[in-house]
Design a protein around this ligand. Structure first.
Ligand SMILES: Cc1ncc(COP(=O)(O)O)c(C=O)c1O
Length: 387
């Protein structure tokens, strides 16, 4: 007998509200859509996985994460923060995605207001909705940096603000002043601040990246999220982490244990090698992204009617081709690009304020990037002229 089945209300609600894409482009397309580095994972990390398996790392790990890995992460963060972060304040998770879900589901109740400055990574809103929280979008300023006044105005009765730095999809890298001002607002309104920083090693033009870890005013209220996915080209390994004040991380860890239990033991040993063995791989990848960013900026700059706030970090360019209510929606632009064999992402996927933009990822080699960009710019130029 076949069983009758209907998805849970949470799934229905998620399908109805989510802005996230449900499909991935096939290999026949030039993909300028993926948040996935086109570089291989460095050899010594893969070797460390093989070695770990041979050494018997095939059983349950500790639910909060491999103690040695947590110590290495804590040490690294302590150095960046200039204050002690202990291994017990770290939970190792299934990528930044796992860190974000445990954090939001562990800290947000039904009706709780969560401020999401955007356009930004769409998972934050989905998770907040799943938790029953209320998403309060605050649009970035025209230069795609934080609208601190807007955040302050939304802060009353809110519990959390979630920033992405460097920002996916805008490429903005927030300044120390911006983060300090955010810390003042958070202090005044007693907000928890989640800072999701997967692209912290991909920053351009020699500028220094300031992590939220370095802002003393955030120390008591920061949930710091990061991942091995982008820095070490390890998206498929599914390993990231979250760190913060002890009591808060304890709550997050309870949620992580309930949802996931311990992570893959051998992968955690390989992540330890990524962190501790000297390598120039992240810097080599960063240099290549910088060269590609320069190509994309130059190409967009040659097309009238388009605007690009030059990405300061990440591997995304957020190209403006129209108003917030354009004649041709960003979803339609994506469809036209697909007809021409190129995958890109619509600005509307990244929340209010994203319409009139498309996101191009330069996680593709130069030759295909240039070919794909030529086709996309041809489409955008035509639309921008008609706008
Ligand atoms: C801003 C941001 N946060 C989190 C993630 C998810 O990272 P992970 O693969 O580690 O789950 C991504 C992936 O694209 C991202 O861009």
């Amino acid at each position: 007998m076949t069983t009758t089945f209907s998805p849970s209300r949470m799934v229905e609600e998620l399908r109805r509200r989510s802005l996230r894409p449900t499909t991935r482009p096939g290999p026949e397309l030039i993909s300028l859509a993926a948040g996935d580095p086109d570089f291989p994972t460095p050899e010594h990390i893969s070797q460390a996985l093989t070695d770990a398996l041979a050494a018997g790392a095939t059983h349950y790990a500790q639910p909060q994460g491999d103690p040695e890995l947590r110590s290495a992460l804590a040490e690294q963060m302590t150095e960046v923060a200039g204050r002690t972060i202990g291994p017990s304040q770290v939970a190792v998770t299934h990528g930044a995605s796992g860190a974000l879900s445990a954090t939001i589901l562990g800290l947000i109740d039904a009706g709780t207001r969560v401020i999401i400055p955007g356009p930004t990574y769409s998972l934050y809103a989905d998770l907040t909705w799943m938790a029953g929280g209320e998403v309060v979008f605050v649009r970035h300023q025209p230069d795609l940096h934080l609208d601190l006044e807007g955040i302050e105005a939304a802060a009353r009765d809110a519990r959390m603000v979630i920033i992405c730095n460097p920002c996916n999809p805008t490429g903005a890298v927030y300044t120390q002043d911006e983060l300090e001002d955010l810390a003042d607002i958070a202090e005044e309104h007693d907000l928890l601040v989640v800072s999701d920083e997967p692209y912290d090693h991909i920053v351009f033009d020699g500028s220094d990246f300031v992590s939220a870890l370095e802002v003393p005013g955030l120390a008591d209220r920061l949930l710091y999220v990061n991942t091995f996915s982008k820095t070490y080209a390890m998206t498929g390994w599914r390993i990231g982490w979250v760190a913060g004040p002890q009591a808060v991380v304890d709550a997050v860890t309870t949620m992580h244990r309930a949802f996931n239990g311990p992570l893959n033991s051998a992968v955690q040993r390989a992540a330890l090698a990524a962190l501790t063995e000297p390598t120039d791989a992240p810097e080599r990848m960063r240099r290549e992204y910088q060269a590609r960013r320069d190509i994309v900026s130059r190409m967009v700059g040659n097309v009238s009617g388009l605007e690009l706030v030059e990405p300061e970090g990440s591997f995304y360019a957020f190209i403006r081709y129209g108003s917030l209510e354009p004649e041709v929606s960003s979803v339609d632009v994506v469809a036209r690009a697909l007809e021409q064999g190129v995958a890109i992402r619509p600005g509307s996927e990244f929340g209010p304020g994203g319409e009139g933009f498309v996101r191009v990822a330069f996680s593709t080699g130069r030759e295909r990037l240039i070919e794909g960009m030529e086709r996309v710019l041809g489409i955008l130029e035509e639309i921008a002229e008609a706008e």
